[in-house]
Design a protein around this ligand. Structure first.
Ligand code: GLC
Length: 426
């Protein structure tokens, strides 16, 4: 079959312009807020059923004196990340910028200055695209009613006051803050709302009717044409967002492949968690990135900075390793997507494909002895093969029309956590 006739999946078009997004593939998520201080999950207020008064001590002690956004941006860029998405406000309600619409913001903490502006500038300065995560939930706002995800859900007295809460006023706040975020920080590339709450036997949920999602989306697109919006307003827009799992195949909606981005933590918690021990290795994380691209998706990998304002050592360690790998292997990530459906991945490998350059990337997950076999349609198109890390030739034998055997070195190449073979196709 002609190379151009092979089946390369294209995701369904969306309202925004996803061209850069599906090219860049790899972004940094940042979850930062007051929860960095308790350092035991960003949902700590919920998990421990804390009242606003009990949670106040974190507001009073928030002072990230070592915060250096230039350094953060450098770490992200060196890891090969091309965009970032930061929590402007998480469910706790605390705002990282100097909002006119609340006092519950960083400028009123001991730190006393805006955190968001300098971050945006630093990352943009390194060429990264800018994304804002914004929580629809708000566990601090006086007009935000109780639902099953609320810290006060078991507090009958607090819940009874819902009658006096005016959710429309909260919604105005949500719209107003969206307007601030999209007018004060220059071009914003992604808006990542989170999330719609299901109903329970005790409380109603909150979804598109409560958020006025349609109107909100309209506002966002008016203020920032071309922006990408995720799917958590209960109306699908540009990006589907599977969370903390690797999809089995290209993510589909009603059977149609869509633009998607898996978001993942290093260790389970999104916010800084001092004592969590379930950290993924650099190798696992690199495989997750490869896996996402091999199914036509992106990876948004999360860092939870500390209360001093630093990336934690364990995150730095992984990001450095990922960066080392990306320096020599990003060609198999950027601009790549799922391989043509006619191609079968050899044992213990994952494939990605650059449709423009017509190159196939074979990621060798476990180095085996001496041979890798390429079969069927793939075998027919092999023209030249090299190890991506050093452009050293990989010689091959054409066993038959349907079988090519690659002669791979006995030793796994040094310094490549996951070695990649670059196949030039004809
Ligand atoms: C969830 C959680 C949250 C996290 C988000 C990231 O919805 O509520 O803590 O920010 O996922 O995808």
């Amino acid at each position: 079959m002609d190379l151009d006739k092979l089946t390369v999946i294209k995701p369904a078009p969306t309202p925004g312009n996803t061209e850069w997004f599906v090219h860049d593939r790899f972004g940094m998520f940042i979850h930062w807020g007051l929860y960095a201080l308790p350092a035991r999950h960003e949902w700590v207020k919920n998990h421990e059923r804390m009242s606003n008064e009990q949670y106040e001590k974190y507001f009073c002690h928030f002072d990230p004196d070592l915060y250096d956004p230039e350094l953060w941006a450098k770490v992200a860029a060196d890891a090969g990340m091309k965009y970032f998405v930061v929590t402007t406000k998480h469910h706790e309600g605390f705002c990282l910028w100097d909002s006119d619409l609340t006092d519950y913001k960083v400028t009123n903490t001991p730190y006393g200055r805006d955190l968001l502006g300098p971050m945006v500038e630093a990352f943009r300065g390194r060429g990264l695209k800018v994304g804002f995560y914004h929580s629809l939930l708000d566990w601090h706002h006086p007009d935000y009613t109780v639902d099953e995800c609320h810290p006060m859900r078991d507090n009958a007295e607090y819940a009874a006051k819902d009658k006096e809460r005016d959710f429309a006023r909260y919604r105005e706040y949500l719209f107003g803050q969206t307007r601030e975020l999209l007018t004060r920080f220059g071009k914003i590339d992604i808006l990542w709302y989170d999330f719609s709450v299901g109903p329970s036997h005790r409380y109603p949920g909150k979804g598109k009717d409560e958020w006025h999602s349609e109107e909100l989306i309209k506002l966002v697109r008016e203020l920032q044409p071309g922006i990408l919006i995720n799917d958590r307003l209960q109306i699908d827009q540009d990006i589907k967002t599977p969370e903390q799992y690797m999809p089995r195949e290209w993510v589909k909606v009603n059977g149609v492949p869509v633009v998607w981005e898996a978001c993942h933590t290093f260790s389970g918690s999104w916010g800084y968690h001092r004592d969590e021990e379930s950290w993924k290795s650099a190798e696992q994380l690199i495989i997750m990135l490869i896996d996402a691209v091999s199914k036509g998706g992106n990876l948004l990998l999360n860092v939870g900075p500390t209360g001093r304002g630093e990336f934690d050592e364990r995150a730095l360690d992984r990001l450095t390793e990922i960066g080392k790998w990306m320096r020599r292997h990003s060609r198999s990530i950027y601009g790549c997507t799922q391989a043509p459906l006619e191609f079968k991945a050899p044992e213990c490998t994952k494939l990605t494909y650059n449709p423009e350059k017509k190159r196939l990337y074979i990621h060798v997950l476990s180095w085996q002895f001496n041979k890798i076999y390429l079969e069927g349609e793939l075998a027919r198109h092999v023209d030249y093969v090299q190890l991506l890390s050093d452009a050293s030739e990989i010689r091959f034998n054409r066993e038959s029309d349907e079988l090519v055997s690659l002669n791979i070195p006995v030793k796994k190449p040094l310094g490549c956590i996951i070695p990649v073979l670059e196949v030039f196709l004809k």
